[in-house]
Design a protein around this ligand. Structure first.
Ligand SMILES: [Zn+2]
Length: 188
């Protein structure tokens, strides 16, 4: 393969990722982080490929990504959804298990490889949760909190031994949201 072919394939891959991320309503800053494209270029891709209205309309998200941990843990349902998403990060190798801990599956805080793996995970998540509580930007935030900032971590339930997302710095009762939901259903 010639250098120009390689360069074209690399650009094509970034372009495909940008379109995919726009479709998932990622913010411009997040798309930049993964593709290296300028804000102007992303705006042009958006305007060209998603000009429409009605059902196919894709919202363009601006501003900063969310960063708090509370929305992942505010209820057993939310925690369960965050856990499914976190496990999908592992399935698609955005994260890897290192003993009981999780580590980044790819080096660095951004890039095409990471973007593609997070899209794979989030698209699968949407198939499991057709009306998800967590947007793609929350998925991006979840990845950052687990892999880089380490404010969230993967815990293991003392009852069912399954993994679940928990606050890395809070007192935890080693009880996963699935077991909590089962108890709620049993007692209702
Ligand atoms: Zn459990």
């Amino acid at each position: 393969m010639r250098v120009t072919d390689n360069r074209y394939a690399g650009e094509r891959r970034k372009f495909d990722l940008a379109v995919r991320m726009i479709r998932l309503e990622a913010r411009t800053g997040t798309i930049r982080h993964c593709t290296g494209f300028s804000e102007d270029r992303i705006r042009k891709i958006y305007a060209h490929y998603f000009p429409g209205s009605g059902q196919d309309r894709v919202r363009r998200r601006r501003g900063k990504s969310p960063t708090q941990i509370r929305p992942f843990l505010s209820s057993s349902r939310r925690q369960c959804e965050a856990t499914v998403l976190g496990c999908l990060f592992i399935y698609f190798s955005a994260l890897k298990l290192a003993g009981p801990r999780v580590e980044p599956g790819v080096p660095g805080p951004g890039g095409v490889e990471l973007g593609e793996r997070l899209c794979d995970a989030y698209e699968t998540h949407r198939a499991v949760y057709p009306d998800p509580q967590l947007s793609f930007e929350w998925a991006w935030n979840l990845y950052q909190l687990l892999a880089l900032r380490r404010e969230l971590r993967l815990g293991w339930c003392a009852s069912c031994f399954g993994p679940y997302i928990q606050d890395a710095f809070a007192l935890d009762y080693s009880r996963c949201p699935v077991c909590e939901l089962k108890d709620l259903a049993r007692n209702s």
